[in-house]
Design a protein. Structure first.
Length: 558
């Protein structure tokens, strides 16, 4: 379970709740928040911020947080999304206990509230089309025009609304609208639509209903039904707050009714934070699915190898603000890197192998050398060493520049956990490509041995040839490129990075990872952090690159 970092300053929502407690408006156990996702896609990193905020507030003040699915649009919703959302919330470290609700739980009650608004003369059935309603709404500088159906009698409206519910009318022919003010400076208050007709099968209620409440109607009333005290949502709903209040006041909810508070949504560089756009990526085949490791979905980040603790840390660090801003994705990577640095075991893997033969090492000999699993957490493993092994191709140069402290003709390096070797001969194929290095080793230079104190400037990772495991490694770059300000342009599909995925088929890894489980994370020495992918089988090991060792954000901010 996530805990509040008391070193962080309280955010403005916490200050509001503190004020409500001090004034006696609420006692701690009455504090009640909710996380209300629409089950029309997978959650992304922006939703993680909302999850951490809403569940975190409940934990901070000793209250409760509900998980409530806003399932009021049956044409786009699916149980697959319901299941994925629950998995994501649990993975992040939060629980709703017995407080999982659906807007569809309240369809009967919401219908009754709509009838009550009609009886009070505050709602009417409108026959205008969607296009006509938009045309009648007016602009920011011009008032709207009243619908010709606005002054229908209460009796006629009740009859038409009942017939809408009974399925007598086709989709789009009628809507229920609030009767507020077509001259309001807030366009949201210009007689907004409360109910629409949709002859569609709902994932929970089947075909029981053919009219469905709009989000702006269902949300405040669901909050009130559940005794929510602080309804926290993102900044784009600020203009909707007057409607939120109008509905609750019009239906007679008392002074302890819910109140809406808005915070800035998360915007990340190189990232789209729209389920509609993410759906385009999935349905267009630009990615392998909602959990593609390049996606900013929580399931994609989890598959890639990001940790729940790192995401919670990131959400805490970025804070809760009242104005929108753009966060560098490098900050998220920094949080992941910090967590994995503390918790991921080290292993050796060679991504681009170059063969090394140690000429003075016995041909039939193999020894097992002790290697530490982690520099601070301790633990050790044994790695095999023999006459033939592999190093990274980039760790050798025939004509190196100055201060090249890796292997070169006549040069010496230390092999991590092993011996010092010297390059004696370079073997090339007919095309002039280097295919093998002939080296010698100093048997007295074994790491930890009595003569291990002899110093050389370079230390390389390596993998012994006979026992190495061949694996597939997937290297990632950002899925999208940005403009000069770090934003992804609106035509984001034209800015897909063609190099966002690179697959290496013949990576060699030390045998200690042979039976590793999906989701296990390692630091490949000198290369970065990697995670075992779900595509792994007993015969085929697949790793995703989680994040590299280079920390651009940490260096800038440190």
């Amino acid at each position: 379970m996530a805990e509040k970092n008391t070193a962080m300053a309280a955010n403005f929502v916490e200050n509001i709740i503190d004020g409500d407690l001090k004034s006696g408006k609420y006692v701690p156990e009455e504090i009640h928040t909710r996380f209300p996702p629409e089950p029309n896609g997978y959650l992304h990193i922006g939703h993680a911020k909302s999850i951490c905020l809403n569940f975190g507030l409940a934990q901070r003040f000793g209250g409760k947080c509900n998980l409530r699915f806003d399932d009021t649009n049956p044409t786009k919703e699916d149980t697959e999304y319901v299941d994925s959302i629950q998995e994501d919330v649990k993975w992040l470290g939060f629980t709703w206990d017995d407080r999982r609700f659906y807007a569809s739980d309240y369809f009967v009650k919401l219908y009754e509230y709509a009838v009550e608004l009609i009886k009070r003369g505050k709602a009417f059935v409108c026959d205008l089309s969607a296009e006509e309603i938009r045309a009648y709404r007016g602009t920011l500088t011009e008032p709207g025009k009243e619908s010709p159906y606005r002054n229908r009698s209460v009796e006629e409206n009740l009859d038409l609304f009942a017939r809408m519910k009974a399925g007598e009318f086709p989709d789009g022919s009628h809507v229920l609208r609030a009767k507020i003010d077509m001259a309001s400076p807030n366009i949201t208050m210009r007689d907004p639509v409360l109910y629409r007709i949709a002859h569609a099968t709902h994932h929970r209620t089947g075909e029981t209903w053919c009219i469905y409440p709009m989000y702006d109607f269902a949300h405040p009333l669901s909050d009130a039904i559940e005794d929510i005290t602080h309804s926290v949502c993102t900044l784009e709903f600020e203009d909707h707050r007057p409607l939120y209040d109008w509905l609750l006041e019009s239906l007679g909810f008392d002074a302890k009714r819910p109140h809406q508070y808005e915070f800035a949504r998360l915007n990340l560089t190189n990232t789209v934070m729209s389920k509609r756009k993410l759906r385009q990526l999935v349905e267009g085949g630009y990615v392998s699915g909602w959990d593609d490791p390049r996606m900013p979905t929580i399931s994609g980040l989890r598959r890639r190898g990001y940790t729940a603790a790192a995401i919670r840390d990131f959400c805490e660090r970025i804070g809760v603000a009242k104005s929108n801003s753009l966060v560098d994705v490098a900050m998220l990577e920094h949080c992941v890197r910090e967590d994995l640095n503390e918790n991921a075991d080290r292993v050796m893997a060679v991504l681009d192998p170059l063969k090394v033969v140690i000429a003075n090492y016995p041909e039939d000999k193999i020894e097992y050398l002790v290697a530490e699993n982690h520099p601070t957490r301790g633990g050790h493993r044994y790695v095999p060493f023999s006459r033939e092994l592999f190093i990274e191709r980039e760790d050798f140069m025939e004509e190196p520049p100055k201060k090249f402290f890796r292997l070169k003709p006549g040069g010496e390096v230390r092999l991590k956990h092993a011996y010092i070797i010297k390059c004696e001969e370079v073997v090339k194929d007919d095309a002039g490509n280097v295919v093998e290095l002939r080296c010698t080793y100093d048997p007295d230079s074994k790491s930890g041995g009595a003569a291990a104190g002899r110093k050389v400037k370079g230390t390389l990772h390596w993998v012994e040839a006979k026992n190495a495991i061949t694996a597939e490694v997937r290297l990632y770059d950002y899925l999208l490129t940005t403009d000069e300000n770090g934003n992804v342009p609106d035509d984001f599909l034209a800015h897909l990075n063609p190099n966002s995925l690179r697959v290496l088929k013949d990576v060699l890894i030390e045998p200690s990872v042979r039976y590793t489980a999906e989701g296990t994370r390692y630091q490949f020495l000198r290369k970065g952090y990697f995670c075992v992918d779900k595509d792994t089988t007993p015969d085929h090991l697949v790793f995703n690159e989680v994040v590299g060792l280079k920390d651009t954000w940490g260096k800038v901010k440190g």
